[in-house]
Each structure stands twice: as structure tokens, then as C-alpha cells.
Design a protein around this ligand. Sequence first.
Ligand code: URA
Length: 217
Amino acid sequence: MLSGGTETRVDLVPQTPQLIALYTVIRDRRTSRGEFVFYADRIIRLLLEHALNHIPLVPRSVVTRLGVKFDGLAYHEKICGVSIVRAGEAFENGLRQIARAVRVGKILIQKRESGQARLISVRLPRDVSQRWILVMDPMLATGDTAKTAIQVLVKAGVPLERILFVSMFACPEGIQAVLDAFPRVTLVTGAIDAGLTADKFITPGLGDFGDLYFGTC
Ligand code: URA
């Protein structure tokens, strides 16, 4: 159960039958790696498209091929995806397919035996502080990695309001931990599962995302 009004900063992607069907495939222990990658990629596209709704648009009028004015909208903000290596790199292709001028940065964080997160390396575009940031990490579990990554972005000058943390799965413990530390960050996710196992896996979840996606299990 989440407390303290955190729900307002959590955007759970609408749980359409279509989305639940996609998640059912990737959760299923019998799903082959090829199928897992195919359906995970579909979900990633949906999550990223949904996350882009948080980025403000400006009015833009165009003239159609019929010579008629159409009052529409356009992006004018710059976007940067930041993948949490290695699992978050699975989002990079999907992001490049939907946001043409996007820049992509990377943050490598190692989990110590104690479970604590240790920052190993950071690569961000020079103008990162002027961009909207989509932090990409499939599993928001304890929130330790997420908090470390957000801290890096804050240090680089990114306002918290411009950070969207996009995950495929989240759980109440991770959501609470991130929003307690950074109440103005927005979390976009496609599934909020029941909780964490003793080994800090999201349950019912799907297992180790990186191993399943990159075929290392
Ligand atoms: N990372 C994973 O890959 N899976 C989990 O359930 C939690 C963290």
C-alpha cells in the first residue's frame, strides 16, 4: 500500500486487455527467449509512447494538402533517454524508433552484496540539464538503483519535474522509496506488482529481466 499521496506521481499505464495479454506472455515461465524479446519490445514501445504524454507540447498550425489550416500541437522540448545498464538498454531501440532527435545517456550502477547501490560510471549529453529525461529501467524493485540514478541527474542540473522514471514493473516498496527521496519525480509503469521476495525480486514479476532479454540465463 502506498502512503502520503504518492499515487499522484505514479502513472500506471491503462490496464487494457491488450496490455495485460502482453504482460501475460512475458510473465509465463514457458515463454521462449525469442517471444520474450518480441513482447517485451512491444510493451516498451507502449510505455515510452505513454511517458511522452508528460512532456509539454506547444500549439502549431499547419496547412493540409487540401489547403486548409489545421491547429495542432508540436514538441519543442528536447528529450534524453538515460538507460540503467544493462537491463535499461533494452529500451534504447524503442526510444529511438519513436523520438527521432533523442539523445541517449547511460548510468552503470552495481549492486553490492549488502544490496546497496554503487555508482560505477555515467555518460550523459552535455546539455542534459536542458532536456526532459526518460530514465529507463525495466524493474523498479527496492528503489536503490533508481535513487542513485536520479541523484546523478540532480547533480547534473536536471530539475526533478523533468525526470520521468519509466519501468515495466514496479512494486509498492520501490515506489515509496523513490518518492520519499524525490517526491517531484514522475514514475511511469505498466505493472505494479504485490511486493518483493526475500531476494528482492518483484513478485509475482517475471524473474531477472536482463537475463531473459539478453539471453544470459
Ligand atoms: N531486477 C530484475 O531483473 N527482476 C526483479 O524482479 C527485480 C530486479
